[in-house]
Write a protein that binds this ligand. Structure first.
Ligand code: UDP
Ligand code: MG
Length: 348
């Protein structure tokens, strides 16, 4: 029997987690061919998500959970869940039922048909503000032009992957993660299934406009150095124009003498160049900040508590564990997985 781990990143999802589990179980129970296990990742929730998880893990078999020492972000939560997974297939889905569990049978069928990954793609952005949709569309457009990984518009993190693809993803252990790009970068054969966007019924979206724009900038700068190259081109064009202008000014001065007026053109040139220099420093700064964060080799997340629960055994841990560093996980992601600190359990 093939095993499937469902990784669910959770941040302040206490209200809806049980409903999510019940709805998803309704679907997974129809798929008798597979053995499903849930891996909930509590990403430093401020509400009682952890208490709900603990309770669910006691009441339902095959529920494991990892709990972070603070909020590390959805990217870190997905990474932790993937590291803790041991199954033949792994599904990543949100806890707010915006990712319809009804797609799981289609995803499983697609993987059985030979695809390495089956991912959901939103066909509408119902329930999302116009401005967010506009920014989102622009981001995909710019990103696909600037980077050599092609992001599908409407693609979400909801997907089912083979163990091979999950292991490939775990090899990319950068601290500032951009999963949409990582999924595309690792390649493999992805089958897309469209679905209608479902509005969140319980809880609220954790994304603010600021966090989304940060995410977009990080996404582009993590996968492309084109902005840096563009700076060189802009610099070259400005230098060339300035050189021509200098020649003209010198010639004019030699022929007609010193022309004192010129306040407007001087001011325009100073302001324009000042703006270009500031922008350039900002772009270079973005890349330096990535280098800075990556060179620290900090762990992607820290666990405070973990309970790996399979039908046969339960492994728990309650202290801050030794966690993965990028170097360790690049050698063998599974060996230094979150659960290994507590004794990895591969039985299902
Ligand atoms: N999430 C998380 N850590 C965060 C923010 C979100 O684990 O810092 C989880 C959240 O609990 C949910 C999923 O990521 O399961 C998607 O979050 P959300 O619904 O807020 O995003 P949206 O659907 O608006 O893109
Ligand atoms: Mg959501």
């Amino acid at each position: 029997m093939n095993t499937v781990d469902i990784v669910v990143p959770c941040f302040n999802e206490a209200e809806g987690l049980e409903l999510f589990l019940l709805e998803t179980l309704k679907v997974t129970e129809t798929l008798q061919k597979y053995s499903f296990r849930f891996i909930f990742v509590n990403d430093g929730s401020k509400d009682n998500t952890l208490a709900v998880m603990t309770d669910l893990a006691k009441r339902f078999p095959r529920i494991s959970y990892l709990s972070f020492s603070r909020n590390f972000g959805k990217e870190a939560a997905m990474y932790a869940g993937l590291q803790a997974s041991t199954a033949d297939y792994v599904i990543i889905m949100d806890a707010d039922l915006q990712h319809p569990p009804e797609l799981i049978p289609k995803m499983a069928a697609s993987l059985e048909a030979g695809h390495d990954c089956c991912a959901a793609m939103r066909t509408s952005r119902k329930g999302e503000s116009r401005i967010r949709s506009l920014f989102s569309r622009s981001f995909y457009h710019i990103s696909n032009r600037l980077t050599n990984v092609s992001l599908a518009y409407g693609a979400v993190d909801y997907r089912m992957m083979t163990r091979q693809m999950v292991d490939a993803i775990l090899k990319l252990c950068e601290i500032e993660r951009f999963s949409k790009g990582i999924f595309a970068w690792v390649g493999f054969d992805t089958d897309w299934i469209p679905y209608e966007n479902v509005e969140r019924t319980i809880g609220t979206s954790k994304w603010s406009f600021h966090s989304l724009s940060r995410y977009a900038i990080d996404g582009i700068t993590s996968f492309s150095v084109v902005p840096l190259r563009m700076l060189s081109v802009v610099g070259a064009v400005i230098s060339l124009t300035a050189f021509v202008y200098i020649l003209i000014t010198l010639a004019q001065t030699l022929i007609y003498g010193i022309d004192v007026p010129g306040y407007a053109s001087t001011l325009c040139a100073v302001l324009f160049l000042g703006g270009v220099i500031e922008l350039s420093i900002g772009i270079v700064g973005e890349y330096i900040s990535h280098i800075y964060m990556e060179t620290k080799h900090r762990p992607i997340y820290l666990l405070k508590e973990c309970r790996m629960n399979t039908s046969d055994s339960i492994t728990t841990g309650e202290t801050v564990s030794k966690e993965t560093t990028s170097e360790e996980s690049s050698s063998d992601a599974r060996d230094c997985s979150a659960v290994s600190a507590f004794g990895e359990d591969s039985s299902h």
